[in-house]
Write a protein that binds this ligand. Structure first.
Ligand code: SF4
Length: 888
């Protein structure tokens, strides 16, 4: 028995809200987390993902030692090989023959040294980040309008606003704590209005007073219509425009280039809907427009950003309490990566690679032998260059591009053909790790020390509270070691992240003189002790002077050469859906998973919310294709195909489908949706259009459907369709066969890992194709296997519970084989509230039988929605849907 550790204040490693977390470890090593009540991002709140962090820090599945060609290696051997191969490749083919592909999961200090090595010492700018997939269009839009990558406002503005416009942002699921902050503000000020602009009626619609179901990529047309309307109706802030901006006339002319009726048609909205939105915007002085991936991940992403910013500049709704355009980032440290030059077209500290003066400034500060002279390859082009053999040595850090990049199979083929692929990560088995020649074990959340920057420019410490196990090392250490072995020891002397942070802070202030917004020069002299206790703070924090770090541009002060904000004309381009197929394929996130599930996939609670990959389809479209709810469907186009579960929903527009981006080959047979996405990018930002590919949909003719629970991780799942998810006590597996398996018992034994000698109980109905098998080791269930000619109608929550229930009596054991709980054990249904494991059937019953009429009443009865609150939108949707039925 060990000693209980002191709680540690750190930061959640998932989304860009950047919530403060207090992590505790008990004497036997169990980790628990709670929200930090003092952190200004969340004031104690956490969403379901943050609340479940303790379930994701176990060592199962971790890479703990360096490997070369699949064999264990020492750090020395692995580092020498990486440094030597990079050095030799550069010597033979030049610096542009190597590349780094890094990640918004990395800490600022990790990012800083990787960028310094590539841009200042290797002399190439071929370092790009998976944040290119996330918010590059926002960066480009900010730079065009503001002269720098600056988010003007802060989270408090979301509570002070009288109108929140959500564009392409399912805030309820993707930034839940911000959504809860808005919901709480709206509850105290019901006059506050929320408009949702999204092709889908997402869970965020539960808070919306108006939902504008734009067509895919109809946003530029909509915001051009708004700008033209504001100009036509005398609603511009002439004083602000005149004193602080340039280019209004050109932007309005571009907006007026098409008549309002045509703009409405392109946006997919009625003129009345647009008029209502325009009046609401014009009549509300305090407006915050929040935008996210629905804006950024588009062929016209940068223009969308500028079309939004144009409306805020034109009305002076920027940089004042409760006002402003607000880009919310997907990743925990997308902002930090932007700050230190993680994007291939930026230098560190927001300096510009195109500027000879900036290049010289950075070169002198680093005393660098060769600074990159031009922008490097952006993510899509970078992997294309790998595929074409132009990049011969690639180092991927903390990301899984084989699952997350568009044209994902081409990326997979490119990595397979690349002469030298290094992957540093925490997970031993990812789709990308499988293709690495050299595998380097990195530290993960809990073991890492450094800083992250959230969406409101707030820098917070991530502090370690877990010991390093095996050979795992921080990313900054690994990169610095390689740099030293490449001959750059003097420039990479770091012993601790505090030293890197202080150097980075000094660079932000170096020859700045107010020229760049990003200035944290006040921390240039920070020592180890100061770094350890560093509280969350917003930039800027220059060494001299004390500008208000809360907001930018309320009184002008842009970072353009003339100090004025720029309107950018945003002509409406052609509809951007790409490729052939009957449906527009939209991709995105779900509430309880994160990226490619390498961490959230470990949590039974999180996996209980949506345990399978799915395609959300409008019921009318499904009917026309003969697709029923819970059928397996094939989504396909010329690039490939995937198999997922059909989820029929009126939330989905006709002619469009939504497929989540989380499932990889590790968790499903064929559900990497990005294999279907064309590598088409925004011409300014290089961000891929991940939300507007085209694909066809058809029912997969399954001869047999199956469901199983297994105490052990299923090793081989020989079904055409399968998806596995962690559950309490083991694994749950959904599957389907195109042809009935010849020997179901053999298939079941393989799936659940049962031996010939394991006790087996069987129930079979040959006419219906039903086969139900349960395997026992004494009173313990080893696994249960249910096969049927139709989707299996066994309660999932009941079956999962059997893994941890005693089965001492023959009657109990037979019940498992029969797939039936006792009458005293009703099916809770699919999990809605992950914190208290409350299912959909329980909530519907609470409405129908117990008279619950709102979310709070459900909370009082079942506790659902009373902890993290991430499920409150779903509960409200269920109450609204079933209250009418119950009342009839
Ligand atoms: Fe983490 Fe949730 Fe906060 Fe995002 S909203 S930082 S996922 S707790």
């Amino acid at each position: 028995m060990g000693i209980e550790a002191e709680p540690v204040k750190t930061t959640c490693p998932y989304c860009g809200v950047g919530c403060g977390v207090i992590a505790s470890m008990d004497a036997v090593g169990n980790v628990s987390v709670r929200g930090d009540p003092d952190h200004p991002a969340n004031f104690g709140r956490l969403c379901s993902k943050g609340s479940s962090l303790g379930e994701t820090v176990g060592l199962e599945g971790r890479l703990l030692h360096p490997e070369i060609d699949g064999r264990r290696a020492s750090w020395d051997e692995a580092l020498n090989l990486v440094a030597g191969t990079f050095r030799q490749t550069i010597a033979e083919h030049g610096p542009d023959a190597v590349a780094f592909y890094v990640s918004g999961q990395m800490l600022t200090e990790d990012y800083y040294v990787a960028n310094k090595l590539m841009k200042g010492f290797i002399g190439s700018a071929n370092i790009d980040t998976n944040s290119r997939l996330c918010m590059a269009s926002s960066v480009a839009g900010h730079r065009r309008a503001f002269g720098g990558d600056v988010v003007p406002g802060n989270y408090e503005d979301l509570e002070l606003a009288d109108l929140i416009v959500l564009v392409g942002s399912n805030l309820a699921w993707c930034h839940p704590v911000l959504f809860q902050r808005i919901a709480a503000a709206k509850a105290t000020r019901p006059e506050m209005k929320v408009v949702l602009i999204d092709p889908r009626r997402t869970m965020s619609a539960e808070l919306a007073d108006l939902h504008l179901a734009v067509k895919a990529d109809g946003d530029v047309a909509l915001f051009n219509a708004l700008l033209a309307w504001l100009a036509d109706h005398g609603q511009l802030d002439s004083s602000y425009v005149e004193r602080h901006t340039t280019g209004l006339a050109e932007a309005v002319a571009a907006a007026r280039a098409l008549p309002p009726s045509r703009l409405a048609e392109i946006a997919g909205l009625s003129p009345q809907e647009i008029e209502r939105f325009c009046r609401l915007f014009a009549d509300t002085p305090r407006v915050v427009t929040i935008y996210s991936q629905g804006v950024n991940q588009s062929e016209s992403g940068t223009d969308k950003v500028n079309a939004i910013i144009n409306c805020h500049l034109a009305t002076g709704r920027i940089g004042k309490p409760g006002c402003g355009p607000f880009s919310v980032t997907g990743q925990p440290n997308a902002m930090g990566g932007r700050e230190v030059g993680g994007l291939s077209n930026m230098l560190a500290a927001h300096m510009e690679i195109e500027s000879a003066k900036d290049r010289d400034t950075v070169r002198r500060f680093w005393n660098a032998p060769r600074i990159a002279e031009k922008a490097g390859l952006k993510a899509v082009d970078l992997f294309r260059a790998v595929g074409e053999g132009r990049i011969k040595a690639l180092w991927i850090m903390a990301t899984n591009p084989v699952a997350s990049m568009p044209d994902a199979d081409a990326v997979k083929a490119a990595l397979a053909a690349c002469p030298f692929v290094v992957v540093s990560d925490i997970s031993a088995e990812t789709d990308t790790m499988a293709l690495a020649k050299v595998k380097l074990p990195a530290t993960g959340w809990g073991e890492k020390d450094g800083t992250v920057t959230n969406s409101e420019r707030r820098i917070s410490r991530q502090r370690s509270f877990l010991p390093l196990v095996g050979d795992m090392r921080p990313d900054w250490w690994i990169v610095s070691e390689v740099a030293r072995r490449m001959g750059f020891a003097d420039a990479f002397p770091y012993e601790a992240p505090a030293e890197i942070f202080a150097e980075y802070a000094a660079l932000t202030g170096f020859e700045n003189h107010g020229r760049r917004a990003l200035d944290i020069g006040a921390y240039a002299g920070l020592d180890e002790a100061g770094y350890e206790t560093l509280p969350p703070f917003q930039w800027p924090r220059p060494a001299q002077g004390s500008p208000d770090p809360a907001r930018f541009f309320g009184a002008g002060g842009f970072f353009t050469p003339d100090g004025k904000g720029c309107f950018v004309p945003t002509p409406v381009s052609k509809p951007a859906t790409v490729g052939e197929g009957a449906f527009v394929l939209n991709t995105g996130r779900i509430r309880d998973q994160w990226h490619t599930m390498t961490r959230t996939g470990k949590s039974p609670r999180l996996s209980a919310h949506m345990a399978e990959p799915f395609a959300e389809v409008n019921p009318a479209d499904a009917a026309s294709l003969g697709i029923a709810d819970a059928d397996i469907v094939e989504v396909a186009n010329g690039r490939g195909k995937i198999l997922v579960r059909a989820l029929l929903s009126e939330r989905q527009q006709r002619g469009a489908i939504f497929v989540p981006m989380h499932w990889t080959d590790e968790f499903a047979a064929a559900a990497r949706v990005d294999v279907l996405v064309a590598p088409v990018t925004d011409p300014v930002s290089g961000q891929p259009a991940l939300k507007a590919s085209r694909a066809d949909l058809r029912r997969f003719a399954a001869a047999r459907y199956g469901f199983a629970v297994s105490r052990t991780k299923p090793a081989a799942i020989g079904a055409d369709y399968w998806a596995r998810a962690a559950c309490d006590g083991g694994w749950r597996i959904e599957f389907a066969f195109a042809e009935a398996p010849a020997d179901p018992v053999a298939a079941a034994r393989t799936l659940v890992g049962a031996h010939e000698t394991t006790e087996m109980l069987a129930y079979q109905d040959n006419e219906r194709g039903d086969c139900r098998l349960a395997f026992f080791d004494g009173g313990k269930l080893v696994g249960a296997f249910f096969l049927s000619g139709a989707p299996v109608a066994v309660s999932r929550s009941w079956a999962v519970a059997q893994l941890q229930s005693p089965h001492d009596s023959p009657r109990d054991r037979f019940r498992v084989a029969a797939g039936r709980g006792g009458a005293d054990k009703p099916d809770a249904g699919a999990t809605v509230c992950a914190c208290f494991s409350v299912g959909v059937n329980q909530i519907v019953a609470a409405v129908a039988k117990d008279g619950c009429r709102d979310v709070d009443a459900i909370g009082r009865l079942l506790k659902a929605g009373t902890n993290c609150g991430s499920c409150r939108s779903e509960i409200k949707g269920l109450v609204d849907a079933h209250y009418v039925v119950a009342a009839e």
